[in-house]
Design a protein around this ligand. Structure first.
Ligand code: NAD
Ligand code: ZN
Ligand code: ZN
Length: 380
């Protein structure tokens, strides 16, 4: 088959690889119909995730058609169309039984870190990803969700990650009705966090970024107010002033380890002295009102970052964070899409055949051509 392959920092190619095979009775092999590129893939592309091995295939947001099923698989048949959560979870361990599929302890040898994840380096188990013609899906009775007959792949593709991630971000912020919310980052995850904040009843939602076309897209697609942080010397102070000098109730970090805006974080972050720049976390902590909630879904790697924990402690903040427990949100968010409250597909700005994957990475990484979200069609 043809698949994307990592060739070192800032270098991906499309190469011939062996077709995936069933390795366990509960595996299926999918023929991939759509595979999206995520902000998390950019951390891999830029060489920032430990143990990203040469030749590995990225891709943890995909839909596919079942091509082959292991003999113990009961919930799927050849020809079924499915969308697959990015977490690989066993469904029966201590964490899975509590709905914490992102923390499954049976699918990653480094299980203290996270569950297994498709196409996300050997630090999350070394599984091959879905930016390929075919992909092996383990625990096939646990993760995949069948796509309803009357729905298209692209309508549900983002149930694999970014819609649930944005929703969990809003939920961890404890938005219950009437809150003021500031979302840092207007990438795909930020966009879904904004939508989810509205769905959960927020009274006011403000989004922060420095890329003008993304701010414009956030205003249009998510109906939020926006701020370009490059236009303010002290962004935290500026936002607090908008809320009687106190700050908003909730701040959400949808930026992660490659945040811009602070040399103090960018320099050690990009040279691996800290595990990525924790600028957005610091801005969330500084901006939110005392007693408020900070929710972090931007990705940071172990072991440590420069986080102003003393400020958080003295302000009495609640900090919550995790990889997204995708599976538990799928049915509920499918309903929001189906009933027309969220046009998930509407954030796709570019579609490419698999052979153009390197171009898609370049476009998304450099934010060229107003790129919001790229989707690959490996079997078009
Ligand atoms: N927790 C999870 O389960 C989960 C799932 C998916 C993605 N993620 C992570 O979420 C983050 C965002 O993903 P994405 O796909 O939206 O990526 P993206 O790179 O498209 O978006 C990030 C945005 O943040 C902006 N930005 C940079 N510095 C900023 C700052 N200091 N303040 C505000 N905005 C800033 C960038 O201009 C960009 O628009 C990534 O770190 C990704 O790895 C986490
Ligand atoms: Zn993702
Ligand atoms: Zn488990």
């Amino acid at each position: 088959m043809r698949a994307l392959a990592y060739r070192g920092p800032n270098n991906v190619k499309v190469e011939k690889k062996r077709d995936p095979e069933l390795q366990h009775p509960n595996d299926v092999v999918l023929k991939v119909t759509r595979a999206a590129i995520c902000g998390s893939d950019l951390h891999l592309l830029h060489g920032l995730i430990p143990d990203t091995r040469i030749g590995c295939t990225f891709g943890h947001e995909f839909t596919g058609t079942v091509e082959e099923t292991g003999r113990s698989v009961t919930s799927l048949r050849e020809g079924d169309r499915v969308v697959v959560p990015f977490n690989i979870a066993c469904g029966s361990c201590f964490y899975c039984l509590r709905g914490l599929s992102a923390n499954c302890e049976n699918t990653n040898p480094n299980s203290d870190m996270s569950s297994g994840v498709y196409g996300y380096s050997h630090s999350t188990g070394g599984y091959e990803g879905g930016q390929a013609e075919y992909v092996r899906v383990p625990f096939a009775d646990v993760g995949p969700m069948k796509i309803p007959d009357d729905m298209e792949e692209e309508e549900v593709l983002f149930l694999s990650d970014i819609f649930p991630t944005g929703y969990q971000a809003a939920e961890m912020g404890e938005i219950k009705g009437g809150e003021t919310v500031v979302v840092f980052g207007c990438g795909p995850v930020g966009l879904f966090a904004m939508k989810s904040a509205w769905l959960l009843g927020a009274a006011r939602v403000i989004a922060v970024d420095h890329v003008e076309y993304r701010l414009e897209f956030a205003r249009r697609w998510a109906g939020v107010e926006t701020i370009n942080f490059k236009q303010h010397d002290n962004i935290a102070l500026f936002i607090k002033e908008m809320f009687n000098g106190r700050g908003p109730d909730v701040c959400i970090d949808c930026v992660g380890m490659e945040a811009e805006g602070s040399m103090m974080h960018s320099v050690p972050g990009k040279s691996n002295l800290e595990s990525g720049s924790a600028t957005a976390i610091a801005w969330c902590i500084d901006t939110v009102r005392k007693g408020g909630n900070v929710s972090i879904v931007g990705v940071y790697e172990p072991p440590w970052n420069l986080v102003p924990i003393g400020t958080a402690m003295n302000k009495g903040l609640t900090l919550r964070m995790n990889q997204c427990n995708v599976k538990r949100y799928m049915p509920h968010l499918l309903k929001h899409i189906r009933e027309g409250r969220v046009d998930a597909k509407g954030i796709i700005s570019h579609r490419f055949p698999l052979s153009d994957a390197p171009k898609a990475y370049d476009l998304f990484s450099a934010k060229k051509d107003n790129c919001v979200k790229c989707v690959l069609l490996p079997n078009a």
